[in-house]
Design a protein around this ligand. Structure first.
Ligand code: PLP
Length: 405
């Protein structure tokens, strides 16, 4: 992204600011689709990565479906114009009431436990379901985002397939899809191939299946020397195994994926302003006007986010610890080499398009930043910065006079 646009966005909308590059999202989507050579391909963007309605509309425009993990994500998707049947609801441990609301809204269900599978069979015999399988495979960039292993709370265990088959048969459940999502930030594409073999075995047991959904976990570069998923190579390899399976079964299944991070991570920039340079006995701190209330990934997952001083690109290189203003240790980066940082410089954090704004909070009673979407050099405000009113709107006044007597 052109740094002039980043600077202009801050001049127009202030800092801290989330900026998303629409063209980058479009290219990522199109490259992903083009990588596969199968008869029917379905992409369901996993909107928990970045759920701003402007971004959702862009995915709608691209022809994507949506993967939603909560009833409110479903409502955001519907408001952005997605057809209910293009939305797959993949929740975990939600109430029956939430499933019921999703059924009423007409979205497709992904069921990850036998209790609800039985409930659907008995109460909604005509509602088709997708079944989420836990294949017991360890994969993912860190433990929190590895969700397909044996101790994971997600999915129906492959060892529970006998029980699943009995329920489906007895209650005549229409299993329209088989789903698996083993984690995020998976480098080894072999994981998908191994998972696919397990899934193909399961699909053979359900003759109503129309689509096979392999979730996501595609990796992007965070550190400049990181490896990322080679989607072209992966697409070729995976399409072949998928086509072979279709041929073997004599049936054209739809191949589905649900990329989140892959689509939006690299399209996002988080722009912060430097409040203070503080020299201590051990290091030089750069204190920015943000913290883990806005970008928690470095503190929560220990993730690396590349940082650039866009205000002084030719400055001498120095070593800094970049920290926030939250009253708790909120270190964005330790011993990071940056072009000389001065008060009021703008630091740009890369890979801020996935799991950044959507994980932001109001901790320390700070407001959440504005978001802008850039298309062909034009900056569109897609969320206003919060204000004090947003922090207080749900407070209910209580009179505590006399309580301490
Ligand atoms: C989070 C999630 C995804 C997206 O994962 P990424 O690694 O961001 O691509 C896809 N499917 C399900 C069910 C998810 O929970």
């Amino acid at each position: 992204m052109n740094t002039e646009i980043l600077k202009r966005a801050v001049a127009e909308h202030g800092a801290p600011l989330y900026l998303y590059d629409a063209e980058r999202i479009i290219t990522k989507y199109q490259n992903f689709v083009n990588a596969f050579d199968v008869k029917h391909l379905g992409i369901h963007y996993a909107c928990k990565a970045l759920s701003n309605s402007g971004v959702l509309k862009l995915f709608k425009e691209l022809g994507s479906g949506l993967d939603c993990v909560s009833i409110n994500e479903i409502k955001l998707g519907l408001a952005a114009g997605f057809e209910p049947n293009k939305i797959l609801f993949t929740p975990n441990n939600v109430s029956v009431a939430e499933y019921e609301e999703a059924i009423t809204l007409g979205v497709r269900l992904n069921v990850d436990n036998l209790t609800f599978l039985e409930y659907i069979g008995i109460n909604h015999p005509n509602v088709p379901v997708c079944i989420r399988i836990n294949p017991h495979i360890m994969a993912g960039g860190n433990h929190n985002i590895s969700v397909g292993h044996i101790d994971s709370k997600f999915g129906i265990s492959i060892h529970q397939m006998p029980m699943t088959r009995r329920l489906v048969k007895k209650l005549n459940i229409n299993v329209e899809g088989i789903h698996v999502h083993t984690g995020s930030d998976i480098l080894d594409s072999g994981v998908f191939v191994r998972t696919a073999d397990i899934i193909y075995d399961i699909v053979q047991d359900f003759d109503t299946v129309k689509f096979i959904d392999f979730g996501s976990g595609f990796k992007v570069k965070y550190h400049p020397t990181d490896l990322d998923t080679d989607i072209v190579k992966f697409g070729k390899l995976f399409s072949k195994s998928f086509n072979d399976f279709c041929k073997k079964m004599g049936k054209d299944y739809t191949l589905r994926f649900e990329p989140g991070k892959y689509m939006t991570s690299e399209a996002g920039y988080f722009l912060t302003k430097v409040n203070l340079i503080k020299h201590t006995t051990s290091c030089v701190f750069v204190g920015v006007d943000s913290g883990f209330n806005h970008l928690i990934r470095p503190m929560f997952y220990d993730s690396y986010h590349h940082i650039e001083n866009i205000s002084n690109p030719d400055g001498d290189k120095n070593i800094y610890n970049v920290v926030g203003y939250i009253c708790e240790s909120d270190t964005f980066a330790t011993d990071r080499i940056l072009n000389e940082v001065r008060k009021d410089d703008i630091l740009s954090f890369h890979n801020a398009g996935a799991y950044c704004f959507t994980m932001a909070s109001n901790y320390n009673s700070r407001v959440r930043p504005a978001e802008v979407l850039v298309n062909k050099g034009e900056i569109h405000l897609i969320r206003k910065r919060e204000t004090m009113d947003d922090l207080t709107r749900n407070l209910v006044d209580v009179d505590v006079t006399g309580w301490t007597k």
